[in-house]
Design a protein around this ligand. Structure first.
Ligand code: ATP
Ligand code: MG
Length: 572
């Protein structure tokens, strides 16, 4: 399991949260006969996002921790919106997170027959009726929070008449939307969900798994609790907006006298600079504001995976953020930090130059190449070292050179000496400019006595630069990302918002920058999905757009404080 892949053999004790506490207590009292059975029930109408990751990790995590089971169930009760593409993507994402559902992959649509029979049970008990009111009328009759609802004139149809009508609804005799089946509960209930909710609607459309078998389709509120019951779920974990629906689920289960899971609500994950509503994610994709569901700037699991985020990082974030009943915006920086922390431990280091500037070492022997030993991961000695070629023509980062530097610029400038990482001290002796006066080449000399990066005379330099040998470097396309939205709460309209304002106004116009980079030759064999640190620049992941001729990288996340650290090392 990903979260068990930490570098210490005994993971730290998990912090208590209220769901962990409830389950621990149930295990102690034997409430479910020692069983824990959870599930993740996505609707296959879009790709999963980081909020779903929280739900998956919580559900699977609880099952695993208490020796229980975890199901993946597609809530595919709405035939109009669902597609196989989403089913496949969701399975891939759940597996990638390490949430093992073994052979327990279920579809709510497989329970349609059972649910239909249960609807007949309620009809026969006088607890459900066929209503001929239109959708608008039903809304109008429902009343408001301050006003009780009114009973439909069809509310007191006999069970026999209801059964006949319902069977004919399913037989396809009536047009879409002409009738519904409603639970007969309480039109005056202070909880609007209990004012005779709709259980079935007529939709004479094919279903992606059931074909043309059904002409009535169950509503979410009727179906959801039944699905959990059928699967023997013990702890039905869901987000807070379903708290008000719980009395309804309870009512259905009690009327039917079937297995009754305990529903427990928790606060959604909400991240700053991010939108998570599926409707909006769809809009970003279909409006072509991003390149697709797996655009690395998207908060989708597919996007995060492509960007180079790891399951371990998501597990760490979920554990760190915890599970509560209070919704709060989590700083997206915490997610980025979790990614950084994990990659720092596992990602091999390489050198690459994002915006190359030629550096010629004038006293380097013509044609000479030296192989220098570079550490693969200072956080992990077992990662070993590699040999990187060094020569008299190098590339350094454009921003590591300034012709007229301000004070405290410790990188390269005329007359200044720096360390080239793992290589030599180099002193700048001059520049070459193009006709416009732009520096296109830096010249320097190296000190052969400083091989490996230390001066035997104890001389110090303050800057350490990364570099690649020009003749050996490989080209790569590198995609640098900024946040997709430029506002921490992108969905919040500004005070003077014009009437046509939408969250799309907060899209960051420069969330993607593409550069042509030069990378050390060891990277040539990298494959899509490989992650590495480019020293001083961040963590990068090979993109699926790579071809045999050109590697494409995504910057997963920048390095925090690296520059400060390097400076300290240089000054030490
Ligand atoms: P919609 O209902 O608009 O399609 P949804 O995000 O609720 O969107 P579902 O497929 O119903 O989509 O979600 C599956 C599960 O994920 C649900 O149990 C839901 O509670 C949970 N979930 C959704 N968003 C979040 C979130 N931001 N944080 C935690 N859990 C979430
Ligand atoms: Mg939902």
């Amino acid at each position: 399991m990903p979260h068990a892949m930490s570098d210490s053999a005994t993971p730290p004790a998990k912090p208590m949260h209220f769901i962990r506490q409830i389950i621990a207590e149930d295990m102690k009292t034997g409430r479910w006969g020692g069983r824990v059975h959870t599930r993740f029930p996505p609707e296959p109408n879009g790709y999963l996002h980081v909020g779903h990751a929280k739900s998956i990790i919580l559900n699977y995590g609880m099952a695993k921790e208490f020796g229980g089971k975890f199901n993946l169930r597609f809530d595919d009760t709405n035939p109009a919106k669902e597609e196989q593409e989403y089913v496949d993507a969701i399975i891939e994402d759940v597996r990638w997170l390490g949430a093992d559902f073994e052979d327990r992959l279920f579809y709510a649509s497989d329970y349609f027959q059972q649910m239909y029979e249960w609807a007949l049970v309620l009809i026969d008990k006088g607890k459900a009726y066929v209503d001929d009111l239109t959708a608008d009328q039903i809304r109008e009759y429902r009343g408001t929070l301050t006003e009780p609802g009114r009973p439909s004139p069809y509310r007191d149809r006999s069970p026999a008449e209801n059964r006949d009508l319902f069977e004919r609804m399913q037989a396809g005799e009536f047009p879409d939307g002409s009738r519904v089946l409603r639970a007969k509960i309480d039109m005056a209930s202070p909880n609007l969900n209990l004012r005779d909710p709709v259980m079935y609607r007529i939709l004479r459309v094919p279903h992606h798994r059931q074909g043309r078998k059904w002409n009535v389709y169950p509503m979410y509120d009727w179906a959801h609790g039944n699905e959990d019951s059928i699967e023997g779920i013990t702890h039905s974990l869901c987000t807070l907006e379903f708290e008000n629906h719980r009395p309804l689920y309870d009512w259905f289960l009690d009327q039917l006298g079937i297995h009754h899971p305990q529903q427990i609500e928790f606060a959604k994950l909400v991240l700053s600079y991010t939108v998570l509503s599926k409707r909006k994610l769809r809009e970003l994709v279909f409006g072509r504001y991003v390149s697709g569901w797996d655009d690395p700037r998207m908060p989708t699991i597919a996007g995060m995976r492509r960007r180079g985020y790891t399951p371990e990082a998501l597990w760490a974030l979920v554990e760190e953020v915890g599970v509560t009943k209070v919704e709060s915006v989590i700083d997206v920086g915490r997610l980025e930090n979790a990614v950084r922390n994990h990659l720092n431990r596992v990602a091999p280091r390489v050198m690459g130059v994002l915006r190359p500037l030629k550096l010629t070492i004038e006293n380097w022997p013509e044609g000479h190449v030296e192989m220098l030993e570079c550490v693969n991961n200072p956080e992990d000695p077992s990662a070993g070292t590699r040999q990187v070629p060094f020569s008299g023509t190098l590339y350094i980062e454009q921003e590591d050179f300034m012709e007229n530097p301000p004070k405290k610029f410790f990188r390269l400038s005329p007359g200044a000496e720096v360390r080239l990482r793992y290589a030599y001290f180099v002193k700048c002796t001059g520049v070459v400019k193009d006709a416009s006066g732009k520096v296109i080449e830096v010249k320097g000399t190296y000190d052969p006595a400083t091989r490996g990066g230390d001066a035997p005379d104890g001389r110090k330099v303050k800057g350490t630069l990364h570099w690649v040998s020009a003749a050996h470097a490989i080209d790569a396309e590198v995609r640098l990302f900024d946040r997709l939205f430029s506002h921490p709460e992108p969905e919040k309209p500004p005070k003077d918002a014009p009437p046509d304002w939408t969250y799309l106004h907060n899209l960051n116009p420069s969330s993607l920058e593409v550069v042509r980079a030069k990378l050390e030759p060891s990277v040539a064999s990298a494959k899509p999905g490989d992650r590495m640190q480019f020293e001083r620049l961040g963590y990068f992941c090979v993109d699926k757009d790579s071809t045999p001729d050109l590697l494409v990288f995504n910057r997963t996340v920048t390095l925090k404080d690296t520059w400060a650290k390097e400076q300290a090392k240089g000054a030490a």
